[in-house]
Structure formats: C-alpha cells, structure tokens
Design a protein. Structure first.
Ligand SMILES: Cc1ncc(COP(=O)(O)O)c(C=O)c1O
Length: 382
C-alpha cells in the first residue's frame, strides 16, 4: 500500500517499543515490573467515577464542540485556585480528548509555508507528539536540545535570526517529560514576549503540572497576558485518569475560537459523561496531593537505588527519574540489562538522540514492585 512519506517520517518517532517489550515479556510468562510509561495507576476518587456514571443515566445528544459549561467552569475555578488567573470559561477554555490529540493537531491550524510560517520548534529529548504533528502538517521541524548544563532549558540563541519570523508554533513542556525539569516564570515570560513580537504561538504542554517533588514549575497560566499563548492541561497524570481521555486547552481567545471551529470538523469532542467526571476531577485537589505523596515516596526509593548503583539522578517530577547511566554504558544497553532482569524502563534515546546516555524510570508501579526494582538496581554489575 503506498503510504505517505509523512506517515513514514512520523512513525519513526514512536515509543511503541515499550509496549512491544511489555507484550513480549508477558507472552513469555515473565513477571515484568513496568516502569516504562509515565501513567499513574492509582484509583480515581469515587465522586469522580460517580459523576461520570450519573451522566450516563440520561440520553446523550451530540456534545457541543466547546464542551459543557460545567467542565469549563470547573477548569476556570481550578485556574483561579492554582494561579489566581481569571479565565473566561466561554472564550478562553476548550475541553479536549486528553491533551495528545490537541497537541498533535495544533500545527494544522498554524503552519502555512506559503505565508512564510513553516517552522515548528520542539525540544529534545521530548514527548514525540509535537514533532509528529509538525510532520503531518508539512512543517519544517527545529528540535532544540535540552542539556543538563543549561538546566534542561532550550538555548534560544541557537535559533537563527531569520527563523524567528518563520515560527508557527514553539512547544515547551514543563514539568518536562522525560527530564523531569522545571522552568521559571522569567523563561516562559521571555518566550511569550518573543511570540508576540514575531507573531507565533507559544504552546505550553503542562500535562505533568501538580506532580512535582521540589518547588512547583512555573505555568504559562501565571503570565500577565495570554496573547499568542496556549496552555495544554490534562487529567491523565494529576487525576490518575489516562483512560478517561480528558484535557483542555486554555489561552488566547482568538486561537480558542479557531480551535473550536477546527475541532467541530475533526470530531474531537469529548463524550459528555467523561466531561461530567472531569468537572468533578478538576474540583478535587486531594487526588494530586495524594499522588505527590505516593509517587514522591516511590521516587525516593528509586533515586536511592540508582544513585547507589552509580547513576546520576535529575528532575523534579514525581512521575519520573531521569538518570544518567554510569560511564561506559549506553542508554539501550542499560535498559536491556534491566529488562533481562524483568524491569522495564525507557532508554533515553527513545525521546530523541539528545536523550542518549540517560534512562527514564517511571515511579508508577506498586510499592512492592518499586522495592523489587530497587533490589534489581542494587545488584547493578554484580
Ligand atoms: C509531555 C506529555 N504531554 C502530553 C501528554 C498527553 O497526555 P494525555 O493525552 O493523556 O492528556 C503526555 C502523555 O504521556 C506527555 O508525556
């Protein structure tokens, strides 16, 4: 079948190998400890589940492309509590089917090579979806490396002067996947200023916000102005709700208007009963606090074991440890050593070549599994 060059280019950036390794171990009957994907697996609070179930009792018409007023209000109330930000629920918020689909499709609204807007900027190592979306939109992709010596912030002076005006969308992601790094308000504010100066969109993927170990990362929702800015939020991590598929985009009302029109055609409107559960979840600050405590405790066990085995641990996300492999090892070889002992982690180069030399270890398994994984790590090279 003649599949498109864009399909082939985008497919090379997939974390599918983690799923394949998990399936192969399970097919062989091996007791795998899965520290690969960063999805929390804690129970969702009863009030959230019941709100979704109650909505199912009524007839459900086609959902409105802008989402239910209750969910938009709940997200606005969360932004008010968390950031003291007054978002207009009508004009500045749109619920999404998880944040992935919205992150993937944004480039389709903004990339326009004929008008001189052909560039998407993303950071590496990184979540691969901004780059995949750019590829499908026919954009030129500029990947800026996140280096330990720069605090895992992209070096903006690596962007040639003539390219700033060609940027359609500039992606940042803090707390960062996979490095776990946080960002300060000055960096986001500076980039938002450049977005307005050069006419591009600053897209801030904040899927891991609220799940930190040290100081909270800054959020674009704290900016003085959201002109040219979009923030992508999600319940998958802070609510431990990956299977509900619920997120939001908030920001510049002109862009939210365009997204509403685009999403009506794309059909990416969240089911009404999921929106009912999501409204209850955004009203609840206890679940993220519980996750910070549980995942933070597990992270500390893994950091101890990894440090003792000669890894250098970085990051402040409580969902991941970003660990530099000991001298003489590659990411792939270190991940393989652990997999041979039934511990699945992500080799850093899965997130782009700039991740070579690192492992991403997720903290999402049970306490007993984390203790067993720590024991395996403690036997490193013995
Ligand atoms: C950095 C980052 N952004 C966004 C997402 C998307 O999450 P969801 O579509 O579940 O909201 C993920 C999921 O792993 C992620 O790692």
């Amino acid at each position: 079948m003649p599949l498109s060059a864009r399909f082939h280019a985008a497919s090379s950036r997939s974390l599918g190998v983690l799923g394949e390794a998990r399936a192969a171990a399970r097919a062989a009957g091996r007791p795998l400890i899965d520290l690969g994907m960063g999805e929390p697996r804690e129970q969702v609070p009863a009030a959230v589940r019941e709100a979704g179930a109650a909505a199912l009792a009524s007839y459900l018409p086609y959902p409105r492309p802008g989402g239910t007023p209750e969910l938009r209000e709940a997200i606005a109330a969360w932004a008010r509590r968390r950031f003291d930000r007054a978002l207009d629920p009508e004009r500045e918020i749109i619920p999404t089917l998880g944040s992935k689909e919205a992150i993937f499709s944004l480039a389709q609204l903004l990339v326009d090579p004929a008008a001189g807007r052909d560039l998407v900027v993303a950071t590496v190592p990184g979540y691969p979806i901004p780059a995949a979306g750019a590829t499908y939109a026919g954009a030129r992709l500029l990947e800026l490396p996140l280096r330990e010596q720069d605090g895992f912030l992209p070096a903006l002076d690596a962007i040639p002067d003539e390219d700033w005006g060609r940027i359609a969308v500039f992606w940042i992601n803090y707390p960062n996947n996979p490095t776990g790094a946080a960002v300060d308000a000055a960096f986001i504010g500076g980039l938002a200023g450049r977005a307005r100066e050069h006419g591009f969109v600053l897209a801030s993927d904040e899927a891991y916000w609220e799940l930190w170990t040290g100081e909270p990362s800054a959020s674009a929702l704290s900016l003085d102005s959201l002109a040219n800015v979009l923030v992508f939020g999600s319940l998958s991590k802070r609510g431990s709700m990956p299977g509900y598929r619920s997120g939001f985009v908030a920001g510049d009302p002109e862009l939210i208007d365009a997204l509403r029109a685009f999403r009506l055609q794309a059909g990416t409107v969240p089911p009404v009963f999921v929106q009912a559960a999501a409204a209850a979840a955004w009203a609840d600050d206890e679940q993220p606090a519980r996750l910070r405590s549980v995942l933070g405790r597990r992270r500390a066990v893994l950091v101890d074991a990894l440090t003792g085995a000669g890894f250098r641990c970085r990051g402040e996300s409580c969902v991941f440890v970003w660990a530099a492999v000991p001298a003489g090892w590659t990411s792939a070889r270190a991940a393989e050593w652990l997999l041979e002992r039934d511990v699945l982690v992500a080799a850093g180069d899965l997130f782009g070549a700039a991740g070579e030399g690192w492992l991403r270890v997720a903290t999402v398994a049970t306490d007993a599994e984390i203790a067993a994984a720590a024991k395996v790590i403690a036997g490193w090279r013995m």
